[in-house]
Design a protein around this ligand. Structure first.
Ligand SMILES: Cc1ncc(COP(=O)(O)O)c(C=O)c1O
Length: 412
């Protein structure tokens, strides 16, 4: 098996990357020159088989309408290999990107004005999706243990919200962005039990599923949904797994084949499908990317624990993720000092220059030269966190951590 190198630094400036685009960086932290540790893509080169497959297709020179005949089978094989999960082929549909698929599902299963539950903190597009499609957002807050630095599911609160708001759907996220949780069977089972009891459809975004660390077993929501008799759609994608998020592609697995048919009909009616290159990339990734992925996960797991160790003696603390390459950092111990800094130097913290940022992202952007998503992007209650994307070389992670700690040290 080849040994993949995740320590090399790939120069990404000028490569059409939004993460590295100065104006975009400025919009979250007021400093266009800050080093980017935000947008959820990784700095690693993809597995060679993926770039080769794309290059071969491009080299052909004619980029006509494609016909792929075994995409669902390829996902089935992948799901078996990675998750020991074997959904019937007739329950699988291939959709465009994850968010497009989720928005289509929301549109199919709920109507204007319906309540939709979203776990908080939330990847912001979930909230936008509910609001912009004129559904009513019901926030379901996870419980945060500020001593253990860990988020957990509160199913009593979920039941309370369901009884109060009678939602039509729950947009779930598992593993969870940004808490990093890989949920246990018991936790997932409680959600599925309540969804079945109150006839709620669960739309489960599992885009980070393949990136669960050793020791954490990702359980597709489909499994607990079938055990409990609730309706659910489990959506997985190769985008985060293989670092190909610029190529939109999504596998949606429905708890029954009739639901899958309904979704496919809707795709047809809107003339929506996947593109040539996104499909070539996804297919190559699922067929040849396993070894690359296993080595990547080891690298990310070690990176997450390294970050926790480096930050442990400081006032800011890492919420160690159980999957993927993004993690919340709890900065509650420094928020007051940062607020004082902001009153002394208001120009550094001017929201006009960084409409997508918050107090802490502006602090780290200006005082450390490190761009991270502000916790408030994930919900108004989470302004004492930042989200750090550590899907990059150890050298860059260490550079970011030392600059952040120096900036924290300089606070009064
Ligand atoms: C939980 C989650 N869902 C969806 C997406 C975006 O998926 P796509 O680009 O396929 O729409 C992201 C990207 O960060 C994500 O973290």
């Amino acid at each position: 098996m080849p040994c993949y190198d995740f320590n090399s630094i790939v120069e990404r400036s000028g490569s059409l990357s939004v993460k590295y685009a100065p104006r975009a960086i400025e919009s979250i932290c007021n400093n266009a020159h800050a080093q980017p540790f935000w947008v959820a893509d990784m700095d690693f080169a993809v597995a060679m088989e993926i770039s080769q497959a794309i290059a071969e297709q491009a080299a052909h020179g004619v980029l006509g309408y494609p016909l792929f005949s075994s995409l669902r089978e390829e996902f089935f094989d992948w799901a078996m290999m990675r998750h020991q999960w074997g959904p019937d082929i007739n329950r699988i549909a291939i959709g465009p990107g994850m968010l497009t698929t989720l928005a289509l599902l929301l549109d199919l299963y709920t109507k204007r004005g319906d309540a939709v539950i979203v776990p908080m903190p939330a990847y912001r597009p979930f909230v936008q999706m509910v609001r912009e499609n004129k559904r009513t957002l019901v926030e379901w807050h996870f419980t945060y243990d500020s001593k253990q630095h860990r988020f957990t599911i509160d199913s009593n609160q979920l039941e309370h919200l369901i009884r109060e708001h009678h939602p039509g759907a729950l947009i779930f996220c598992s593993p969870h962005n940004p808490s990093g949780r890989v949920f246990s069977y018991e936790e997932l089972n409680e959600v599925a039990y309540l969804a079945a009891k109150y006839h709620i459809i669960v739309i489960s975004d599992e885009i980070h599923a393949d990136l669960a660390y050793p020791g954490f077993k990702h359980i597709p929501f489909d499994t607990v949904a079938l055990d409990n008799g609730c309706r659910a759609v489990t959506c997985m994608a190769p985008s985060k797994t293989f670092n190909i998020p610029g190529e939109h592609y999504c596998n949606a697995v429905f708890t029954d084949s009739e639901l899958a048919k309904g979704f496919i009909t809707r795709l047809h009616s809107l003339f929506l499908g996947t593109g040539l290159f996104s499909t070539v990339a996804a297919s190559a990734a699922y067929r040849y990317g396993y070894d690359w992925l296993i080595q990547l996960i080891e690298y990310l797991d070690a990176q997450a624990h390294h970050i926790e160790e480096v930050l442990r003696p400081s006032p800011i603390r890492c919420i160690v993720p159980e999957a993927s390459f993004i993690g919340f950092i709890d900065c509650s111990a420094i928020v007051e000092s940062v607020a004082i800094d902001a009153t002394r130097k208001p120009d550094l913290y001017d929201p006009a220059g960084s409409p997508h940022g918050g107090l802490l992202s502006r602090f780290f952007g200006q005082r450390a030269g490190i761009a991270m998503n502000d916790g408030s992007w994930f919900g108004s209650d989470y302004g004492s966190f930042v989200r750090f994307n550590f899907g990059t070389s150890r050298k860059r992670v260490d550079m970011a951590l030392s600059r952040m700690l120096e900036a924290v040290d300089r606070l009064d």
